[in-house]
Design a protein around this ligand. Sequence first.
Ligand SMILES: [Zn+2]
Length: 88
Amino acid sequence: MAHPESYALQGMPVWCTACGARRDWAFINHGRHVWVRCRCGHEWHEPELTRADFDALVLPGAGVEYANVDEMLAKLGFDGIFRGMYLG
Ligand SMILES: [Zn+2]
C-alpha cells in the first residue's frame, strides 16, 4: 500500500538511505514481515515494522488489493520511474 506522508517508527522518522527521502513510501507486507520501498526504487526490510503496524496503516475501505507486488509498484509509480522526483 502507498503511504504518501512521512512515517515515524517509534518516534524515528523513516528515511531512505539511498536518496534521503523522508516521505512517500510503499509498504509491502509479506507474512509477518514488512518492507518499505522508496520512490527511488530502494527497498528494505523494516524489522521494527510489524504486521500489526501495517494493518493499522490500512484504513478500512482505503486499501487496494493488487495481484502481486510488481503490479502494485508499477501502478503506484514505485518502479523507479519517479526517481528523484517529488510530487509536491
Ligand atoms: Zn530513496
